[in-house]
Design a protein. Structure first.
Length: 182
């Protein structure tokens, strides 16, 4: 299945390609971005970290149809990557994202999240979406809560910043479509 470019009012979500690793490597290794990532993310981030992730993790998973990864770009500046958002078939971990701090607080990630979640439910026809997050990640919580998701589980998990409370949020396809019908 070919992963399409998704468009929102302000964003282009372009499928990840190998050359995106260059921009990711420049933008991603910042504490403000990585602190709430799972502990498998290497920190300090290695010089080849983005290339390794893109070419050895993300692109192979996309090719197998197990993951869908998009770069986030503003429609009026489509050459500049400002974040990444992904969907994955992993148990209890279906959506993840990051956005450079300079673009946070503008509703861009909520916009991107709505587009990819709609793709998950209404193109891929998945029955449920679950998104884990560090409980301290208030902005991510807000995106989940405002889109109709509910908290279903809390536990301790290792993140880049250490052992933290972790939350698992969930929404079903029927709940999503009822919450997001026009």
């Amino acid at each position: 299945m070919i992963i399409p470019t998704l468009k929102t009012d302000r964003l282009l979500l372009k499928p990840l390609v190998s050359k995106d690793a260059l921009q990711i490597q420049k933008l991603y290794p910042r504490w403000e971005i990585v602190r709430y990532m799972v502990s498998s993310v290497p920190w300090p981030f290695p010089d080849n970290g983005a290339a390794h992730y893109v070419n050895n993790v993300a692109l192979p998973a996309m090719a197998k149809g197990h993951a869908w990864v998009w770069t986030i770009r503003q429609r009026d500046n489509p050459d500049n990557l400002i974040g990444v958002i992904c969907l994955d078939e992993a148990e209890d971990n279906n959506r993840g994202f990051w956005l450079v701090p300079e673009y946070q607080g503008q509703g861009l990630m909520k916009e991107a999240s709505i587009a990819v979640t709609n793709y998950w439910f209404n193109t891929l026809k998945k029955p449920v979406l679950r998104a884990p997050k560090a409980a301290e990640n208030i902005r991510s919580q807000h995106i989940s809560a405002s889109s109709g998701m509910r908290l279903i589980k809390t536990e301790k998990k290792q993140f880049v910043s250490g052992l933290l409370d972790s939350e698992l949020w969930e929404i079903t396809r029927d709940e999503w479509n009822a919450h997001h019908s026009s």
